[in-house]
Design a protein around this ligand. Sequence first.
Ligand code: MG
Length: 259
Amino acid sequence: MKFTRFTQGSSIYSGVIKDDSIREIEGDIFGDWQFTGKTFSSEEVNFLAPLEPNQIIGIGANYVTKVEDRPSELPEIPVFFFKPTSSVIGPEEEIVIPEGIEQVKFESELAIIIGKEAKNVPESEVLDYVFGYTVGNDVTAPQFFHQDGHWTVGKSFDTFTPLGPVIETELDPFSVSVEARLNGVEKQNSATDLMIIPIRRMVSYLTKVMTLKPGDVILTGSPVGAEFVGAGDLIECEIKEIGTLRNSFVNQKEHSKTY
Ligand code: MG
């Protein structure tokens, strides 16, 4: 099932999308919800990020180029970081390059959406706690990484976490490829078996540290091929089974909103 959030006029709706038809739902997608009976055509709505995350956790440097390059021993402490929920935007929204720099990096990623409270979950049970998956773009300004190793500022600007277009609940995360096209040219395309720390290990580890909650988003890392981009560039992050997350880049001073 593909869950979506969207606007029509000034109202925000949630729905389940199939082909070009969206059936409105009401309630909590992680709990009780029902169809309202109202339907929309996808052509007459504007899509939003498919959820308002509870929190967003990313993992750094998590892909190799080929399977043989995966390390035989996994790092004892994975490189996790948080991104603020205020950095989330939806499909087709503009990514704003902060004042003072010319370029930022795109990072196409498989994003896990947690559906149930999870604490001390063994690897074998991790998928029972996953609600679904979306596509994320972990936009990054390495110019703002702190020399002591802190990434927070460089990953936290408003608009730096596009998510969407939908949450797919029926995905096999082990059989998909994470892709990115820059101005129509393929830059990233890796199967998820090129992850260094695999999904079950990643989520299980996190639940030994912190309680994960419904609506938590885990960005699982970006394949080799992320590049610097500037104003006017168009990035399309795609996982075929979920959809395409398309955003363009603008400079802060050209952006219509005030940040
Ligand atoms: Mg990343």
